[in-house]
Design a protein around this ligand. Structure first.
Ligand code: ADE
Length: 223
């Protein structure tokens, strides 16, 4: 998979995606991420990328030209089935949409900043608008990093143990069961006996029950 990210502050995203699992995926060439500073595509002498809103109103708006040109250049070399604008008023990202996006070959992510982007970008260039939650961030950069992390870990070969993505919370519309590791008894706080019983069938049944209990308690909307 190749991900091209258009942003005024690519460093914010880059620094979030240079560690742990994503770092390994990059090293193994399972993905490549290219960063494009929108400012570098500005045809303005001062490299201006934003302007005031037509009709008045506070906040600067990112202009169409640099983003249009950057996408045009990228599209000359390959096809992009998903051109995604990160925005709080987009469709909310969830595990099911992350699964779908993780199957993409090439993705473009557009990060807005200030008041957002000229609406013509959203109307004519973008295929999806994605939000990471009902709150407003200063820009789309952190949302882009979260989007990338959530889809990259689902790409086959990225996680050491393939099944660990399948047992994540939300993967089957359920929260995951409680997990424990050594020591068995920490200052009197004990690991549930069943997990050290060695009876795999009973353990599976227990995990299923606990997962259902936690979902009912914390996220009944999922059921
Ligand atoms: N940009 C600003 N806030 C955002 C959000 N909640 N989701 C996606 N992009 C954003």
């Amino acid at each position: 998979m190749r991900i091209d990210i258009l942003s005024l502050f690519p460093e914010i995203i880059k620094s979030s995606l240079e560690h742990s699992i994503i770092k390994k995926a990059l090293k193994k060439d399972l993905i490549s991420i290219k960063y494009h500073n929108i400012r570098e595509y500005s045809k303005n002498k001062q490299k201006k990328v934003d302007d005031y809103q037509y009709g008045g109103g506070s906040g600067m708006v990112l202009m169409i030209q640099p983003i249009y040109d950057c996408i045009k250049i990228l599209k000359e070399d390959r096809e992009y089935s998903n051109i995604i604008y990160l925005t709080p008023d987009g469709e909310k990202l969830n595990q099911s949409s992350s699964n779908k996006f993780s199957l993409s070959k090439n993705i473009i992510l557009i990060c807005g900043h200030y008041k957002g982007v000229d609406h013509r970008i959203r109307e004519h260039l973008v295929t999806h608008e994605i939000s990471i939650g009902d709150y407003v961030l200063s820009g789309g950069e952190l949302a882009a990093a979260i989007f990338c992390d959530s889809i990259i870990r689902l790409i086959p070969g990225v996680l050491g143990n393939e099944s660990s993505a399948l047992t994540d919370s939300f993967q089957d519309n359920r929260l995951s069961e409680p997990i424990y590791t050594r020591p068995e008894n920490y200052k009197g706080l004990k690991v549930p006996k069943i997990l050290i019983s060695g009876n795999n069938k009973d353990i599976e049944r227990w995990r299923d029950k606990k997962s259902l209990e936690r979902t009912k308690k914390y996220r009944p909307d999922l059921l």
